[in-house]
Design a protein around this ligand. Sequence first.
Ligand code: FES
Ligand code: FES
Length: 160
Amino acid sequence: MSKISVTVDGMKNEDDVEPRMLLVHYLRDVLGKTGTVVGCDTSNCGACTVHLDGKAIKSCTMLAVQADGHEVLTIEGLADGGELHPMQRAFHEKHALQCGYCTPGMIMAAIDLLNENPNPDEQEIREGIEGNLCRCTGYQNIVEAIKHAAGNSSSVGASS
Ligand code: FES
Ligand code: FES
């Protein structure tokens, strides 16, 4: 076992983990952060996307021990008190989900996208979320939601 110290959604956690445990399993099984989901076992779908030190990463591609000393933000840490994050609100307002399975990872990826490029055009949005798969929506409403969030708020990108 390895001792790790990771700040997740603003709370510092110290745990002993198996060296081979994936970050996504640490989040879900040790910390109970089940809002972050697993959609594949091939690093393709992006459902497990979280932020590590403010940058989107696929948490199934990283070991928990690699997060030692770092800050992780999950979908569960986005809302500020009772207030949804502007990107969460935009997904809601633009009906950017159906089954919702891709949504946590898609929102985390979308926030990272706007952090990098606060005013992306449609093509840049589509490229920015190409690592996140959605089997339901056809992506159009997701693109609309990200555009809406970009136009709505100067603080969309706040994270970590
Ligand atoms: Fe991580 Fe699919 S579960 S990319
Ligand atoms: Fe079902 Fe995206 S809403 S996978």
